[in-house]
Write a protein that binds this ligand. Sequence first.
Ligand code: C5P
Length: 396
Amino acid sequence: MLKGKHIIVGITGGIAAFKIATLVRLLIKRGAEVQVVMTPNAKEFITPVTLSALTGKPVVSEFFTANTGEWHSHVDLGLWADALVIAPATASTIGKMANGIADNMLVTTYLSAKAPVFIAPAMDLDMMAHPSTVRNIDLLRSYGNHIIEPAEGELASHLIGKGRMEEPENIVKVLDEFFSSSRPLSGKKILVTAGPTYERIDPVRFIGNFSTGKMGYALADAAARAGAEVTVISGPVSVSPSERSVKVIGVESACQMAKECERLFPETDIAIMCAAVADYAPAEFHETKMKRESRDTVTLELKRNPDIAATLGSMKKMNQKLVGFALETDHEDENALKKLHSKNLDMIVLNSLAVPGAGFATDTNKVTVFKADSSKIELPLMSKKDTAENIIRLLS
Ligand code: C5P
């Protein structure tokens, strides 16, 4: 599975750095192209000459080559990579990565990279157990990085405990598994709409709804983990994707969301319409703030917004799939199926507001999925992350 993959191996200054020659050899044996990036300290533990001989590429360590002034672009490196493996990852580099301290080529490359990142910590047991290390590793995990947990055993200090870098063979195994069956949507382009839309009344007011975007972003993350190239067209939300490869295009109104969706849909394999799009928008935008009137009531005229799902349904080609969501309060199955057919969807996910723990702003959801052949799959109450994984699996 690693054949042709571009892998950056980032080495930091830990004793386990000497094992990276083996890691690089194993990756190359499996057909990967490897670029080594080292922190200046790492060179104290393994020489760049060994690594450049193994990879056939000069090792990158500094921002510039001193004698020629040649600049090493961390941005280009980050874009080149299909995966980044930081091994061994010292407490210092882990802290820098978790907090964005980009004072060397390796952390700068990490911050620029869109590819999945694998981190194999290696340090003494007390450093490993220190609350700051634990917090930094948790932070890195929350950003969507993959932590290759260190093993227990005898450490360089001769103490015994957790902190030994995972063996190169096992690091390769983790990468192999990642690039194999776990990525059934590899090569697919997925569009997800998420969050609410805001429809402006005047410069300070809008019509909106309680959608937080959590479900849409969970779907985007799950699709990215399944290997898809994912773009989220997002209304105003305070959530962000955990998977760094997910691209977000921020919009405000239903019309803006419709425009972006119609632009991107022809190049999309699967579109998932998860946004809570306002059905109506003020017919007229007041250029200045509407004053409080002496009247007790005010009437706002509303005009219908475009139905994005239905529009994409009418544009849909044979090789494309379209998924919608439905939030119903009565005749749930019947209404969801009606929507599935009228919008030309391939699948509809029914959320029930009647179920505690489902719907807006919660971290859990309970959904029923209907496919175009009317088959029905009821998923139990579970986290939005797990709900998203299940929905994505149904699309794979
Ligand atoms: O018709 P209803 O709004 O209940 O349909 C819900 C589905 O349609 C959701 O997938 C939602 O994202 C999508 N939708 C849309 N554009 C609208 C209204 C709903 O894409 N204007």
